[in-house]
Ligand binder design. Structure first.
Ligand SMILES: [Zn+2]
Length: 254
């Protein structure tokens, strides 16, 4: 700092008295003027000039660290969050940035509370069919965490396709997730192809060609038998059993 101008003692007193008075009369204004003089408050015009002058400048690592420390623990207003979200919306992160983010998050667990919040906010949402197809595609074959190097036969792969899973879900739903042979609920169930998978490729995804069976009952009907008449016989037995079951239930109710 350069040499300070010297005022006479009387003048100093005058200045100090004037400042005191200003502070007593209007403390808010006094504070504001102080901030203006220290360069903390600037006009809109000046702000724009400063912003232009700084455009394209990058913060040094030290300054970045300072900014980070200063903002630690500071809560941002919802408006401010929305503003920065709007500024980033639609912009895509570069592969490098994504890799950095992935690495920095690796092995970190979110607190239980955060996880609960996330799950709450997603409650009742289910991905659209397109999203499900995307997820399915992204996890197919070698991209799967269960990939064993292409040893799965074509058949198994087809049986695990999205279409198959959808077929199974619909068969289960129609049968109330209940074994249609023994009427057990809440046990492990299978969706059984009435006309076998191998022999009737055109019926693979027909809901009417499916029936929900518990694992025990499913063992009784091996699905590989191409003999339709036998399979149809089995279906007849199942249907008869079912009728008997329902009839028994009705008898109990009355
Ligand atoms: Zn059963």
């Amino acid at each position: 700092m350069g040499a300070r101008r010297k005022f006479s003692p009387e003048h100093c007193k005058k200045i100090s008295a004037a400042l005191k008075k200003r502070h007593q009369e209007n403390p808010e204004e006094h504070r504001r003027i102080g901030l203006v003089q220290r360069g903390k408050i600037v006009s809109q015009e000046t702000r724009e000039k400063l912003s232009k002058a700084h455009m394209g400048n990058k913060h040094s690592p030290e300054s970045k660290e300072k900014i980070r420390v200063a903002s630690l623990g500071r809560k941002r207003s919802p408006e401010s969050i929305e503003r920065s979200a709007a500024a980033h919306r639609g912009s895509k992160r570069t592969p490098e940035t994504r890799k950095k983010m992935r690495l920095s998050h690796l092995g970190k667990k979110l607190p239980l509370e955060t996880r609960k919040k996330m799950s709450q906010s997603r409650l009742g949402m289910s991905p659209s069919p397109e999203t499900r197809e995307k997820i399915s595609q992204a996890q197919l074959g070698s991209k799967s965490s269960n990939w064993k190097g292409g040893i799965t036969p074509e058949n198994d792969r087809l049986r695990d396709s999205l279409e198959s899973r959808e077929w199974r879900r619909q068969v289960y739903g129609r049968d109330w997730y209940t074994c249609q042979a023994c009427g057990l609920q809440g046990v492990g169930i299978n969706a059984h192809h009435i006309k076998p998978w191998h022999a009737f490729p055109e019926l693979r995804y027909e809901i009417d060609n499916g029936i929900t069976l518990c694992k025990k009952c499913h063992k009784i009907f091996p699905g590989t038998d191409p003999d339709t008449s036998l399979v149809m016989g089995v279906v007849m037995v199942i249907k008869l059993q079912l009728m008997l079951l329902n009839w028994n239930r009705r008898m109990k109710q009355t």
